[in-house]
Design a protein around this ligand. Structure first.
Ligand code: 13P
Length: 255
């Protein structure tokens, strides 16, 4: 049984005081929640104060990115070991903003994902198509490439612990959510890709989050679909109240 995972991606938002306040609020809204896993990914520089603010809570700490090398002359980069050292359990890899704004390739993302696994961090592998790709009927080809290239060289046992986040780029920060049917179609397709790469058991174990304008009003409908195992939440995770409502909707999905 896959445990629903609701994770906030704070992106390049907050300052130190706001990050700590949001962490305290997030810890509070997640208190006592056992059926759903909750996570938060603050900016790198606030990981430590956020980790301290989340101590004793049941919110897992995650990073928004990482580099694949363990250490050395890589100015500006952060390793998986460093992230573990400050209390991270997860690292997002391949977010669309890194693919399309920073220019990361599938190959780089795969190296990061493998380094995360090797270090003992849980990767959240983001995949998803641009609007023009959807309109050209290329959604499945793009998502299949992101999943296949992202997981290259990863064993079935390790793949089962990867979280995939389907985030259609046209739905990110636009207020334009994929309909539950549109999202479920792609999630089901991703599970099929995983079954082809590995086997049915592995495909059934991988959690696939949806991301893209998730808010309290659409969270239940999305997460109640059979292949949607949670949400990666941007804007609505920046307020503990709205994030808390999304968590409560996830709990309601669990029945
Ligand atoms: P929004 O929820 O702001 O659309 O962002 C989604 C996202 O990119 C999460 O990683």
């Amino acid at each position: 049984m896959r445990k629903i995972f609701v994770c906030g991606n704070w992106k390049m938002n907050t300052d130190r005081a706001a990050a700590v306040e949001l962490a305290v609020g997030t810890g509070a809204v997640a208190e006592g929640i056992e059926k759903v896993e909750v996570g938060a990914c603050p900016p790198f520089v606030y990981l430590l104060p956020v980790a301290e603010a989340l101590a004793g809570s049941n919110v897992a700490l995650g990073a928004q990115n990482m580099y694949f090398e363990a250490k050395g002359a890589f100015t500006g980069e952060i390793s998986a070991g460093m992230l573990l050292d400050v209390g991270c359990r997860y690292a997002i890899v391949g977010h669309s903003e890194r693919r399309h704004v920073i220019g990361e390739s599938d190959e780089l993302i795969n190296r990061k994902l493998r380094a995360a696994i090797a270090a003992g961090l849980g990767p959240i592998l983001c995949v998803g198509e641009l609007l023009k790709e959807r309109e050209a009927g290329e959604t499945e080809a793009v998502v299949s490439r992101h999943v296949t290239e992202g997981l290259k060289g990863v064993s079935a046992e390790d793949a089962a612990c990867v979280v995939v986040a389907y985030e259609p780029v046209w739905a990110i920060g636009t207020g334009k959510t994929a309909t539950p049917d549109q999202a479920e179609d792609v999630h089901k397709f991703i599970r099929g890709v995983l079954a082809g790469l590995y086997d049915d058991k592995t495909a059934a174990a991988v959690r696939i989050q949806y991301g893209g304008s998730v808010k309290p009003e659409n969270a239940y409908e999305l997460m109640s679909r059979p292949d949607i195992d949670g949400a990666l939440v941007g804007g609505a995770s920046l307020k503990a109240d709205s994030f808390g409502e999304i968590i409560r909707e996830a709990v309601r999905v669990c029945g």
